[in-house]
Ligand binder design. Structure first.
Ligand code: EPZ
Length: 440
């Protein structure tokens, strides 16, 4: 049953307008906090957003005996990993189900303690999201992975980790981070081909370099890591959350509004900005951030395919689809990263959108889901007026997209399970108020 404070009552149909600030990227900050475990010293991470994922990783670090302080208001996390210990399995399990980050503790814990325990993983329900690449990477580096336990996966490295050649069948963000975090202190060189090169990964590499690591990235997605004997703490300012920035940009477009996203940066958002312009959205890049607005008139439809960086991010897809319901004509979205990321469109259809899902690949990018029966392509026909409804939030990005839909729709909506959005959108209620949204 949904708690009363977990529901947002939204009166939609008003353009959002004003200024909001976006801090560091959720998908870098959590990994940067794990990286601090690699060094027996103090690390300081700045520009940290007040989101639940930061609390989850802080709690996990503390469970491992690591002194972790979070100053939410200032956005500073201080981690002193001088002391690391193995927590009770039952304690780690209390946090399982809330995040996929625990798997990334493996490398640092193997280096510091010689063992690691991974509880069954949480994170958003957007497809199977297996961890086979992670485990294969750890095995190749010399870890022994024991999956015979009911409570989770036990990993040991009786002979330490040793550099090796690893190839990823798909440029997985998490598996690339896994390799980085495990190989920096491994003996010898590691060559990772088929790696992901998302800006958040580049920022993680920058942090590891500050800590003393030697890592190079080649044009052909090969990352080379020369293992070093020890690392030291870092001080780093996290790069901006380009997913949150794009989500607010989509909200501006869908509600015919005008939002200045302070902190948003252009280089990481270029692919998004091109699509935004093609749809007919306006933006202006300044030193402080990016202003996004609907210039009036009709929005234009687009055909997009999600992809790994530098392609169009899968996490941008969901909020943008809501804006595409307000474009005049047929838009096509081919999702090639997750097999099951269109479930959120069902409530949109109930609100009045016309969205048809297809199992076929409606695009030309090589796609792992071809012939696999997954509804991973969508055709959106607009412009359709949306009407307020009661909606259940399915996952983080889908949930924020429902919120945008409720704000776009005429009439009232109850968006239930809203706390899921706190995982990745800092103070979104405060930001909605600043933008003049009508909700309670
Ligand atoms: C990260 O997830 C992000 N999460 C996701 O953001 C993001 O959508 C995704 O990267 C892609 O950009 C965090 O950083 C915490 P992947 P990750 O490994 O690392 C398959 C959000 O809303 N795969 O690149 O888990 C997998 O099933 C979230 O902020 C395997 O098959 O993503 C998926 O189809 C959601 N085996 C594809 O690869 C594996 O071992 C990409 O996953 C690992 C992944």
């Amino acid at each position: 049953m949904t708690r009363e404070d977990d529901v947002l009552h939204v009166v939609g149909g008003k353009p959002l307008g004003g200024e909001i600030k976006v801090r560091g990227a959720k998908n870098l900050v959590s990994k940067a906090m794990v990286a601090a475990l690699l060094a027996p010293g103090t690390s300081v991470l700045k520009n940290v957003p007040e989101i639940r994922d930061v609390q989850v990783v802080s709690d996990l670090l503390r469970l491992h005996g690591v002194d972790t302080t979070v100053d939410g208001k200032k956005g500073i996390v201080t981690i002193d990993a001088s002391h690391v210990e193995m927590p009770a399995v039952s304690d780690v399990e209390t946090l399982s189900g809330s995040s996929r980050i625990p798997i990334l503790f493996s490398g640092p814990l193997l280096h510091r303690l010689g063992e690691a325990f991974i509880p069954s993983l949480g994170g958003c329900r957007i497809g199977d999201r297996p961890i086979d690449y992670h485990l294969e990477t750890l095995r190749k580096l010399g870890a022994e992975v024991d999956k015979e336990h009911e409570d989770g996966i036990h990993i040991t490295a009786p002979h330490g980790l040793k550099g090796t050649k690893i190839h990823l069948p798909y440029p997985s963000v998490g598996a690339t981070e896994q390799t980085l975090l495990a190989a920096v202190l491994a003996e010898g060189k590691t060559e990772l081909s088929g790696a992901a090169i998302e800006p958040e990964i580049m920022d993680l590499i920058a942090i590891l370099q500050k800590m003393g690591a030697i890592i190079s990235v080649d044009v052909d997605r090969t990352i080379r890591i020369e293992g070093v004997k020890q690392l030291k703490g870092y001080t780093h300012t996290a790069l901006t959350d380009r997913i949150e920035a794009a989500s607010w940009a989509a909200a501006a477009l869908a509600t015919r509004g005008d939002i200045f996203v302070k902190g948003a940066t252009q280089p990481e958002m270029m692919t998004f900005l091109n699509v935004y312009r093609k749809i007919g959205g306006e933006f202006n890049v300044t030193d402080e951030g990016i202003r996004f607005w609907h210039p009036g008139g009709d929005l234009k439809p687009v055909a997009i395919e999600t992809d790994v960086h530098p392609g169009f991010m899968t996490d941008w897809q969901q909020p943008l689809v809501v804006a595409l319901t307000q474009a005049k004509g047929l838009s096509i979205v081919h999702e090639t990263v997750y097999e099951n990321r269109f479930g959120f469109t069902e409530p949109l259809v109930k609100m009045g959108a016309t969205v048809q899902l297809y199992r076929e690949c409606l695009g030309s990018l090589p796609c792992r889901f071809e012939q696999h029966n997954f509804e991973h392509s969508a055709v959106i026909f607009g412009q359709t007026p949306l009407e307020g409804r009661d909606i259940d939030v399915p996952d983080l990005r889908g949930g924020f997209s429902h919120l945008i839909a409720a704000l776009t729709a005429t009439g009232e909506s109850n968006v239930r399970g809203i706390s899921l959005i706190d995982r990745g959108y800092a103070d979104f209620r405060g930001k909605l108020t600043a933008l003049g949204a009508d909700f309670n």
